[in-house]
Design a protein around this ligand. Sequence first.
Ligand code: ZN
Length: 392
Amino acid sequence: MNNKQLDYSLIISPNLKFKQFGNSFIVKNVFNGNKVVFENNTVQHLLDYFSQTRKISEALDSLDGDIDRNIYIIKKLIEWDFLIVDLGLIERSCPLCKSNNNHLLIEHENNYYQKRFKYVKCDSCSFVYLNPAPTETALNFFYSFKNYYSVIPVNSKKKFEKKLQKKSNILRTNLLQDYCKIDETSKILDVGSGTGNFASYLSERYNCSVTCIDKDPLALSFINTHFPSIKTIETDFKQSNIDEKFDLITMWGYIEHEQDPMLTIKKAYELLEPNGLIVIDAPNIDGTLAKKSLHSWAYLHSPYHLCHFEPNTLKKILEDANFNIIDLKFKKTGAFLLKYSDFVLNLIYKYQLFYSSSSVDYLFYLLSKIFRKGESNSDSRVIIIGKKKQIS
Ligand SMILES: [Zn+2]
């Protein structure tokens, strides 16, 4: 990781209590009960350093020793809630129409990051987006330690997790088959692939050529190790420079994470063969559950979800980028518990019921299985299929 890229601040958690016993140094986070005993000068040095808000890059420069090791320590301190990333929020204009006129739609409290994030609605095109939003570098750092890239780890040893994973892949593939023929000659690009959950299934089933794009080097190195036949590209998709064309581009739960969805779709257009297809799956802010109670809508998911779509905005960005809309579907999902997810998450963090985020996600899947029967709304997510227009 490039030290110079870490150009944002960290602040020490206001919830910390310190106690000294001889040479040891006990730090406890009273908010969630996390506690650790430090006998390590580096850690103590960092905590001293961050007690005055400083740039992470300067702190790293001031430390002796291995930079990767120091970055690791900082990440751990963030994971334990001793350090909070100061996201360096920046105001932005509407990502779709560039208008600066908007009004507050909802303020969303994220207890985990101890921050309130605002979603605004554009006055001229009604698009919903996070504003102000974190800088790209701050977001990149977040993604790199939150084990974010795969809801169910592709290498999960849990039988039940594996089953769920497979079922989701079958559903996705069945959907694709309604619109295109996939065989060993197909060239497919999966954007925001994470650890290759979907891509590996596709490649194995059809023996087709699959390329994965993701910004997360850890996720991609996992693919390289476990699925060597899959090509990986570590890049920001909208700024990528790829010398290849594809028959199909898939974006499962990706577009809502993008700062600039329009540029993303234009890039997809550029990379598709004539008549190539794009398939986008995203949370639907116009769905019944979101409309019923936006405050408790789990898909708000700030600050990761930078934009929120409804069928009309998805249609618009595709049409503006020269795609014909082939179909639009709604999907029922495991976003279940929508009403209680914040509450459950807070309990988990408070009582340290789980340590890894994949276990938390696993729990949510289990609960979704139990409560799914009670879920009467089936438009939680929207899937849109577009075909590249032939330019005559
Ligand atoms: Zn707008």
